[in-house]
Design a protein around this ligand. Sequence first.
Ligand SMILES: [Zn+2]
Length: 162
Amino acid sequence: MPEEPCQCPDCQRFYREHDRLIREQPTLRQQQELSWAALQAFRTLAGRALEELQRRHGDDQSPPAASSPPAQPLAAAAGAAASEPTEADAIQQAMADLENINAHLFSIEVLMERIFDVRVPDDVEQVFRELAGELAPDPLNADRLRLNRLLHQTPDLPPDRR
Ligand SMILES: [Zn+2]
């Protein structure tokens, strides 16, 4: 029996969101626009939050390396800090992390621009639509509901009884 995908609440939420994005944006063009909008929204919000934190707390006390490689893991950073990290330390750390995030988002945007230059003919978009319908069928679709009911009538076997 093949390994079942994880069914914890986080993963289930991810599967639902993943399928919804396929179902509601079933063409290459729509996926491009969706991803671009999501990236820009992320950049806008994270960039503004960083500016606001810098305005409130200043950004020149123990300046975090802005365009350095990605920050070290949080645990390592905490270990290197003074024994009793203050709230101000936490804010400074958050600002450094946000600067790194923003730098990464900018890099992603540069890569995405290449992908998003592409346009495909309608015939190809139709292939996308067909596959989207197979990959992420409407959960409210009658056949799907019937199938789910059938599946849920089968009691779950304990993992050692496959
Ligand atoms: Zn999981």
